[in-house]
Design a binder for this molecule. Structure first.
Ligand code: TRP
Ligand code: SF4
Length: 530
């Protein structure tokens, strides 16, 4: 999964013509046939299920049992997907090093959608992860054309809310892309591993795309790998699913920077991940086809495999051919280190540190007495000892987007559709009171049929924010709604009051955070010219 070829990264980078915006609590939604993931577009993520099928994002539910003290956004399925999060969950549970990082483009006011990401970072920080929050000001300038003056103003607002919500800047780090020289240097290095055609395929860039925009992509790649600069460690990037193309590229680049790639093989020829299942199968059946089961031959395996029934016909046929070509060579499982960027010293050092039987070739090393995990660890160790980064592919978690209060998408450019963290508490109250609901036409019908909490932006407010950690309360609202005991008027009144309280409290904390912000190293006013 970590090495999807770039061409697969985005099958359709243009905004989707999705007409389905009604995401249900079960993760499904009716309608949209294709999902386009476009980090700068306005595509609606109409069907989260497609993300699993088309893009290989995995369901969060499946790792949830391994997460220590899961956050309510995890428990309630708001965080619905992940890539490789198990690595981070394991580290948190075992008290090993881990990191969390996310970035914010300062294009407007921070709103309750950003609060989710702030909360995710802060939660990981409290679980012991090294935590980073960054302001993507280079991206806002290059990709969105904001002036530095606007960027500075928004930067301050984002950071005050981040601090007010509980980020600990003494333990963690806040930076602006423009002020972080290490990030920019790393971006430059990563840029040597990506080319224009690739960015074009992933992001739909063309000849008119400005160069700084492209630079902001490698800058984001550097942001994502920044926590591993001193030492490789499992790192999670909490984002919305629109950022997934960035994650795939970052995972690819992390792999391309590695000195060695560890794979499994069964003979001298190279195999891809898809072949491995069949090879394993053949090897396990060696008693059936080998004249000497201690020494099964590739050609014997080819004959056996040719008769084997599988849906992966093409994979099988190619494999049979490779096995035939290998002829009498023994079929024997091994772990292979492929040389990607290793220095000669590092290659030699790896050869010397492998125990047991080993075969050394020009560009790879085969070993017969170690597991894949041991090999991965060793490859990383040797790389780091010889001046490499040894990056782990960064992990990610994905949260659902909130529905706009007026239905449709929550959008920063439509004030009534969202609640800004800077909204006056009264205004927040009014916006909730004016929100669309999943209620029925009349109170009578509502009592009879129940409300549609799954399609109700007000219920979302309860689930995503207003219930806080109190699952019982969120559940009660849901059940009373669908059971017809709860009517929208009262329900909105209660939500509106909670929103007013939340905003008043948050804004008080923002004021207290001013002093902390001033104490940070980061400059709020850039010396850059507009
Ligand atoms: N591109 C992100 C956005 O549009 C911002 C961002 C920059 C980011 N660097 C990042 C997000 C690193 C996550 C991790 O909001
Ligand atoms: Fe939404 Fe509340 Fe009405 Fe149910 S009762 S539809 S949760 S506003």
């Amino acid at each position: 999964m970590s090495e999807d070829p770039p061409s697969e990264s985005s099958s359709d980078p243009s905004p989707s013509s999705s007409d389905a915006t009604d995401v249900r609590a079960d993760g499904g939604a009716a309608g949209a046939d294709d999902v386009a993931l476009d980090p700068w577009g306005s595509a609606t993520i109409g069907d989260y299920r497609k993300l699993f099928e088309q893009f290989g994002i995995e369901e969060f539910e499946e790792v949830l049992p391994e997460v220590p003290n899961p956050h309510y956004l995890m428990r309630r399925g708001v965080i619905f997907g992940h890539r490789d999060y198990r690595r981070v969950a394991d580290a948190l549970r075992e008290g090993e090093d881990a990191a969390v990082l996310s970035g914010f483009m300062p294009t407007g006011d921070p709103h309750i959608g950003h609060k989710m990401v702030f909360d995710e970072i802060i939660w990981h920080q409290r679980q012991g992860a090294e935590a980073y929050g960054l302001i993507a000001d280079l991206e806002a300038h290059a990709a969105r054309g904001l002036s530095w003056e606007e960027i500075d103003e928004h930067t301050e607002n984002y950071l005050l809310s981040f601090l007010a919500l509980g980020f600990d800047p003494e333990e963690g780090e806040i930076y602006r892309q423009s002020g972080n020289r290490e990030v920019q240097d790393l971006a430059f290095e990563l840029g040597t591993k990506a080319n224009f055609s690739e960015l074009q395929a992933i992001y739909d860039f063309d000849g008119e795309t400005n160069v700084s925009y492209m630079q902001s992509v490698v800058t984001q790649m550097a942001d994502i790998l920044y926590p591993q600069l001193e030492e490789p460690k499992p790192t999670v990037i909490p984002v919305g699913p629109d950022q997934d193309p960035h994650m795939r590229l970052a995972r690819d680049l992390a792999a391309r920077m590695r000195f060695f790639r560890v794979t499994e093989a069964y003979a001298s020829f190279e195999v891809v991940e898809e072949d491995l299942g069949l090879l394993r199968e053949a090897y396990e059946h060696r008693d059936e086809f080998a004249e000497d089961p201690e020494r099964p031959r590739c050609i014997e395996a080819a004959e056996w495999l040719a008769e084997y029934e599988t849906d992966a016909v093409e994979v099988k046929e190619n494999l049979v051919r490779s096995l035939e070509n290998a002829g009498k060579e023994p079929l024997r499982p091994r772990i292979r280190f492929l040389d990607r960027n290793a220095t000669e010293d590092a290659f030699q050092a790896l050869v010397e540190s492998i125990e047991g039987e080993i075969r050394v070739y020009d560009e790879h090393i085969d070993t017969f007495e170690m597991t894949r995990n041991e090999a991965e660890d060793l490859a990383r160790e040797v790389e780091v000892d010889h001046g490499g980064y040894g990056f782990y592919p960064p992990s990610s978690i994905y949260h659902r987007f909130m529905t706009g209060l007026t239905g449709g998408k929550m959008s920063s450019s439509v004030p009534a559709s969202h609640i800004s963290l800077l909204d006056d508490p009264e205004e927040g109250y009014e916006k909730v009171k004016a929100a669309t609901t999943g209620g029925r036409e009349t109170a009578e019908l509502q009592r009879e049929l129940g409300g549609e909490a799954d399609d109700c932006p007000v219920y979302e407010l309860y689930a995503y924010l207003l219930s806080g950690d109190d699952d019982e309360f969120a559940k009660r609202v849901y059940e009373e709604c669908v059971g017809g005991e709860r009517l929208c008027g009262d329900c909105k009144e209660q939500a509106a009051e909670l929103m007013r309280e939340f905003l008043a409290d948050h804004q008080e904390k923002r004021e207290e955070a001013r002093e902390v912000l001033e104490g940070l190293e980061l400059e709020i006013e850039t010396p850059r010219r507009n």
